[in-house]
Design a binder for this molecule. Structure first.
Ligand code: COA
Length: 391
């Protein structure tokens, strides 16, 4: 067992640790402004000019596609949208009250069991698995929702792009142009974010050379927590509880006075700096509110103002996502799944990068418990276990 050097200190939450080198995502804070880039392309340019398929290609291959490369890639995704009947069977058999993120990680694991090349990690085989996962995750999400609500399944529509097709499969009718564009941009904004907890979980799994499905299951499980992707669902619960904008300030004040966190605020990296994705999402939320239900956006703005007033915290990516999804008529418990639908492109890009530059990720812990204790035989241990209370 290696010696820990005396001067090494525990870095709680790995706040100051650079755990790997990567060419996928750049986050840099320069003079109070945050720069976020995928493969060197600014998130604002991508949100304005690109689409999810192109961004997924960029993350996977490292370069923007040519027109014909993008057409081919989009076709390849369309060809992979349908689910094998076994997966539809699984979705039918899972209890309808199962959280859709639990459904998603179970279905991804099942997809792995059906891939006879599951353990192959060549670049080509990894890209193949990546395309299949990117294409199928929206179908899994939409189909489970339709099954649990007793609605008939809608075949994927090849005329529609990735985002629009998801809304079509979920709702059974084609989205408006504004709705399709809003989800498309939302998926771009969620597609990657360097070593966030779920991506790090994926890379840890990949560093053991676990198969890609196992790595994505690790990531999916990690994303679900309320301190990560689970925050958007909690934000929506809060917006529903507040119900009208004028109640926001008192609600926020009371929560903060009780020492509770306000979901959708604060960030490990963007301290006192606005997350560039939040700016884009706020505009999306505003646009959807102007064309549809304005309530959620108005409450959100009031919450943002109050949290800044009482705690000087800024909203993160999950905050305005909630009102975007509510106005796309997405059920609250699917919000995290939408995050996963976007983030899958980043996860697979990071898994492939980890495979190809691999070093096992295995940090150390500083042991702070009792040391070198004498073993006491059971018969003599009567008064030793005072600290253990059996409930
Ligand atoms: N509401 C209220 N206070 C918050 C807060 C929130 N959402 N987020 C952070 N704070 C406070 C902490 O209580 C702490 O205050 P203190 O110094 O008085 O103790 C301070 O801000 C630092 O927060 P901390 O939790 O230590 O930062 P972190 O970098 O470890 O955690 C998050 C970052 C994202 C986990 C944290 O901000 C959070 O829990 N946010 C809510 C969940 C969320 O929206 N997650 C999605 C992230 S994209």
């Amino acid at each position: 067992m290696g010696e820990l050097k005396g001067e090494l200190k525990v870095d709680e939450g790995l706040k100051e640790t650079i755990a790997c080198a990567s060419t996928i995502c750049r986050i840099e804070l320069i003079e109070g402004t945050a720069i976020l880039e995928y493969r060197g392309y600014n998130i604002h340019d991508l949100a304005k000019n690109s689409n999810y398929e192109e961004v997924a290609y960029l993350l996977l291959y490292g370069e923007l596609p040519t027109k014909s490369e993008l057409e081919l890639f989009s076709e390849e995704l369309k060809e992979r949208r349908e689910l094998p009947p076994q997966i539809i069977g699984l979705l039918t058999h899972l209890p309808p009250f199962t959280h859709p993120m639990v459904v998603l990680r179970t279905a991804i694991s099942y997809l792995g069991s059906m891939d006879k090349y599951i353990h192959f990690k060549s670049h080509e085989k990894s890209i193949e698995k990546a395309k299949s996962l990117i294409a199928k995750i929206p179908t899994i999400v939409a189909y489970f929702h339709r099954i649990r609500t007793g609605q008939k399944l809608i075949n994927p529509n090849d005329e529609l792009n990735h985002a629009a097709n998801f809304l079509y499969m979920l709702h059974g009718e084609e989205p408006t142009e504004t709705e399709a564009k809003a989800l498309d941009v939302d998926l771009i904004l969620h597609a990657d974010h360097e070593l966030n907890a779920s991506t790090f979980a994926a890379r840890i799994s990949a560093s053991t050379l676990a198969d890609m499905y196992a790595c994505v299951v690790s990531a999916t499980g990690t994303l679900m927590g309320p301190l990560h992707g689970g925050a958007s669902q909690k934000v929506m619960e809060m917006l529903r509880e507040i119900a009208v904008p004028w109640r926001a300030e008192a609600y926020v004040k009371e929560k903060l006075e009780k020492g509770e966190k306000i979901m959708g605020f604060g960030h490990r990296v963007y301290k006192n700096v606005m997350d560039p994705r939040t700016l884009e999402l706020k505009e999306l939320a505003r646009k959807l509110a102007e064309e549809g239900e304005p309530k959620w956006f108005k409450i959100s703005e009031a919450v943002e103002e109050a949290v800044y007033k009482y705690k000087k915290l800024l909203p993160n990516v999950d905050f305005y996502s909630a009102s975007v999804y509510a106005n796309l008529h997405i059920p609250d418990d699917l919000f995290i799944n939408i995050f996963a639908m976007g983030r899958i492109a980043g996860w697979v890009a990071h898994i492939i990068e980890q495979y190809e530059t691999n070093r096992l990720i295995r940090p150390r812990a500083q042991y702070i418990g009792p040391k070198s204790r004498e073993y006491i035989p059971l018969s003599k241990r009567e008064f030793q276990s005072k600290k253990l209370t059996v409930k």
